[in-house]
Each structure stands twice: as structure tokens, then as C-alpha cells.
Design a protein around this ligand. Structure first.
Ligand code: FES
Ligand SMILES: [Fe+2]
Length: 337
């Protein structure tokens, strides 16, 4: 087997080669669902932002007058310019931003105008030309909620099969929030979520005194878990799909919105709120316990493990295979659903 230059450097530095690049690290594709591609505050009306999710380069943009957000594939149907990269500055040599013209994203190269669905609706320099049917890029159904812009991804481009809830605490005067945190993790989204069901690791990774008692209710697309915390309070998790969960303790809640960069890399956003009555200091330290400490105990394990399709499980392990059967519903099946 030939070792790449990057692998050779890694072996020298860490003694770990990692999975062979010739074989995919995970046997599943990018799952279906609603995935955050930007924070609402990332772009103003008429603004564009270039992002990479689902193994694709995308442009997130807002219409000029309404601010309605849209997400489209990045490369123009005409001659392939990136729709979110404008011409460069002669002074700084930096690339320019994309251009929004009214309710259209305008290609920076020859000005073709795309609507929010990804269809070309105007070719300004050739007004009498019939716009070809193929003059479109893939558009993704887009929603804005909980301070995030999310789009629907399905590998076979099927329309949205469900909607996601609004988080009540973010609009509740008694709660402080939303407080955003984020991180990039070199593993598949499913592996992050499987961790919820792996109760034994709390002892060895997070230093719990005992394996936490956790109950799980599998409810079609939804999954509810309830665990007892060391202080006697409960921790509930309401999961709506791979990559969208609402976690609640009596004084702290957070929305976990994790988006696949591709099959093996994940962008994890956690959006917190805490009960104002506990005070800012206590709220901040509860957030830090999750977002600055606990998760960083997991990350090296996830980033270096290899996926076992047939794990060797014993009595005492969490319901890992039940989890995988539940997770399977989020991948496109052979019949296209
Ligand atoms: S490449 Fe986009 S309009 Fe020509
Ligand atoms: Fe963990």
C-alpha cells in the first residue's frame, strides 16, 4: 500500500496512520434532513456566504428587499463560475463577494440571474433568448428558525419529508439566549449521535462515578432519552433526525444542530439558553461544562476510532444496534424514498 505524504507526516508526528484513503471510512452516505448552513447573523439582506456541506460547495444568500434566505449549488450552469466569488480587487487582490440583484443571485462572470429555486430567470445581455431548461443549479429548500439558516438535503433530491420545531426558550423572557458555540469534528454525523446511546463511555471518557441510567424511547423519526444526572436532576434529549436534538436540564437547554461537511466530517453547532434566575455566571459555567470541556473529551476518541459495522457488544453496553436501526431511516433507500 502506498502511503501519502500527509500520512507519512502523521505517522512521524503521532504514530498513527489512520484509515486508508483508498477505502471510505464509513459505509453510509450523507444522511437526509434539515441541516444548519449558517447563523442568521452571518448574512445581511442582499448578502452572500460561501459554505461547504454535503460534500458540495454551496452559496447561501438573502434576497435584497425581503431578506429571504436561499441555498444553491455554487457553480454556474453557463461557464462554471462560483456564484459567490466576485471579481478581485486590484488593490488588495482579494476576491469580491457574490452579487444579489433584487430577488436573484447574479453570477459574477456574465450576469445570469438565478431565483431562489436555482433556476436562471434572466440573462440580462440576451433578453430575447429563450432561457434553456438546463439553465439551473440545484437549489435546496431553506428555512430560518432559532437563529439558524437550515436547508433540506436528500441525496436523491427528494422534497422535505418533515419540518423541525421552534425552540420556545429562545423567545422566553425567563431564559437567556441564544448563545452560539461551534466546532468541526473529523467524523461522520452518525458517529456523533451514536455516542448518546453509549452510556459506558461516560465513566471512562467523562469521569462519571457509574454508568448513567438512561432510558430511550424510539418513536418513528423521533427519539427521546432521559438520564439521571449525578445531582439527581434529569437530562432529556429529544432528537428529531440525525443532527437535530433538543437537550434540557432544569436550568439549561441547548439545541444541537450538526451538519455533515461530507460523509466523514461534521460541523457541530450547539445553541444554548439558561434560566435567567440562576445568574449569568452560573449559566456561563454550565455552558462551558458542555461546550468547552465535555465535548473535547470525546473528540479525540471519535476522530481516531475506526467504524465497526459488526461491533463486539456485551451485556452492559448501551443499545448501539437499536440506535443503528433507528439511524438507518435517514439514508435514502433503493426505492428513492
Ligand atoms: S459563468 Fe455564470 S453567467 Fe457565465
Ligand atoms: Fe461523550
Amino acid at each position: 500500500m502506498v502511503m501519502s505524504e500527509a500520512q507519512r507526516e502523521r505517522v512521524k508526528a503521532t504514530g498513527i496512520q489512520g484509515p486508508s484513503p483508498a477505502e471510505p471510512r464509513f459505509p453510509f452516505p450523507v444522511p437526509s434532513g434539515w441541516f444548519a448552513v449558517a447563523q442568521s447573523t452571518d448574512l445581511v439582506a442582499g448578502g452572500t456566504r460561501n459554505v461547504h456541506y454535503f460534500g458540495r460547495d454551496l452559496v447561501v444568500w438573502r434576497e435584497q428587499s425581503t431578506g429571504t434566505p436561499h441555498v444553491v449549488d455554487a457553480y454556474c450552469a453557463h461557464l462554471g463560475a462560483h456564484l459567490g466569488v466576485g471579481s478581485g480587487s486590484p488593490d488588495s487582490h482579494a476576491p469580491g463577494p457574490g452579487t444579489v440583484h433584487d430577488a436573484c443571485l447574479q453570477c459574477p462572470f456574465h450576469g445570469w440571474r438565478y431565483d431562489g429555486s436555482g433556476a436562471v430567470v434572466e440573462i440580462p445581455y440576451a433578453p430575447s433568448v429563450r432561457i434553456p431548461a438546463k439553465a439551473r443549479v440545484r437549489g435546496y429548500p431553506t428555512r430560518e428558525a432559532n437563529g439558524l439558516i437550515l436547508c433540506w438535503y436528500h441525496a436523491l433530491d427528494q422534497p422535505p419529508a418533515w419540518e423541525l420545531p421552534d425552540v420556545d426558550e429562545f423567545d422566553d423572557e425567563a431564559w437567556e439566549g441564544p448563545v452560539y458555540t461551534e466546532r468541526y469534528i473529523d467524523t461522520a454525523l452518525q458517529e456523533l449521535v451514536e455516542n448518546d446511546q453509549d452510556t459506558v463511555h461516560f465513566v471512562f471518557v467523562h469521569g462519571s462515578d457509574a454508568v448513567p441510567e438512561q432510558t430511550t424511547r424510539w418513536d418513528g423519526r423521533l427519539r427521546h432519552t432521559t438520564a439521571l444526572r449525578p445531582d439527581g436532576s434529569t437530562f432529556t434529549r429529544e432528537t428529531h433526525q440525525l443532527g437535530f436534538s433538543l437537550m434540557r436540564t432544569p436550568n439549561l437547554m441547548f439545541l444541537g444542530a450538526s451538519s455533515p461537511l461530507d460523509e466523514a466530517h461534521t460541523h457541530q453547532r450547539w445553541v444554548f439558553a439558561y434560566r435567567k434566575s440562576i445568574g449569568a455566571e452560573a449559566g456561563r459555567s454550565m455552558i462551558d461544562a458542555f461546550a468547552c470541556s465535555g465535548i473535547y473529551q470525546d473528540i479525540p476518541i471519535w476522530e481516531h476510532k475506526s467504524y465497526r459495522e459488526h461491533p463486539l457488544l456485551v451485556k452492559g453496553d448501551g443499545p448501539i444496534m437499536e440506535f443503528r436501526r433507528w439511524a438507518a431511516q435517514f439514508y435514502p433507500s433503493a426505492d428513492g424514498s
